[in-house]
Ligand binder design. Structure first.
Ligand code: DGY
Length: 272
């Protein structure tokens, strides 16, 4: 099976595929759509496509961060609707990005690639992760903070954790309340890491400044209240959507399938 994030690969699907099923190659780095226990019980190898999408996904996170801060979506809607009648001194102003504090939540390969971009904007990089990574801290001049400190300190928070039982609604009402009113929240990881209803409340009440989202709890559905708000930039899960990167993801997924079917080790397995 060559799957993408839109397919749930569970016990039922694997049983329907039958005993010949040897490999599920997910064309994504995240594999929360696949039941790894069910795969293990059936001796099915599961693979993903890490690394090849790091830089492209980091670009998307930074694009959303800039667009949300500088109100690009709202500005474009104003212009296209014919509502832009003149330049105004404080029209459509948002906070500066350069020189501010960026909090990276989940300091894996994509989170670190975002941190590298932030350095070019003279940002102070702070991070939180399950594990401290002192080598990356040194390389990127990043500082570790506990989650609550990160939430209360940063001007920008970019989420890069995988989805698991531990990270489901990692950002909920309590966490949003800890953020400053100037905060811009960006999520390019998985929708359910952020509680969308609580985020819609926080944005509607201007408890945080803005958000940039690429992923949603019930894709392709988007929480209806988010769709009504001006201070959120919404993208349809395009984090890795560059031509080059999608080609590399497809090729890696195909190579993994060929390897397993030839009795060889796949390049990027996620289970044993
Ligand atoms: C991934 O790779 O996990 C993305 O969400 C799909 O590009």
């Amino acid at each position: 099976i060559l799957s993408t994030v839109t397919e749930r690969v569970d016990a039922e699907l694997m049983d329907a595929a039958g005993e010949d099923l040897k490999v599920v190659a997910n064309m994504a780095v995240g594999y929360d759509n696949i039941d790894l226990d069910a795969a293990g019980e059936r001796d099915v190898v599961v693979t993903n496509t890490p690394e090849v999408l790091n830089e492209t996904t980091a670009d998307t996170a930074f694009m959303l961060l800039l667009a949300a801060a500088r109100r690009l979506g709202e500005a474009e809607r104003l212009l296209r609707s014919g509502g832009w009648d003149a330049w105004g001194p404080m029209q459509l102003t948002g906070p500066d990005v350069w020189g501010k504090k960026l909090g990276v939540l989940g300091f894996g390969r994509i989170g670190q690639a975002v941190a590298r971009r932030a350095r070019g904007f003279d940002m102070e990089v702070l991070y939180h992760d399950q594990y401290r990574n002192e080598e990356a801290e040194q390389e990127l001049g990043a500082r570790y903070l506990d989650l609550n400190e990160l939430l209360g300190t940063c001007d920008f928070i970019s989420v890069h954790t995988p989805l698991s039982d531990e990270t489901h609604h990692l950002i909920g009402a309590t966490e949003l309340d800890r953020m400053k009113p100037e905060t811009v929240l960006v999520n390019t990881s998985r929708g359910p890491v952020v509680d969308e209803a609580s985020l819609a409340d926080a944005l509607a009440e201007d408890r945080i400044f803005a958000a940039g989202l690429d992923v949603y709890e019930e894709e392709p559905e988007v929480h209806p209240r988010l769709l009504e708000l001006e201070n959120v930039v919404l993208a349809p899960h395009i984090g890795s959507a560059s031509v080059e990167t999608r080609d590399k993801m497809a090729a890696l997924a195909a190579e993994n399938i060929v390897a397993v079917l030839s009795g060889e080790e796949p390049k990027t397995p996620v289970n044993g």
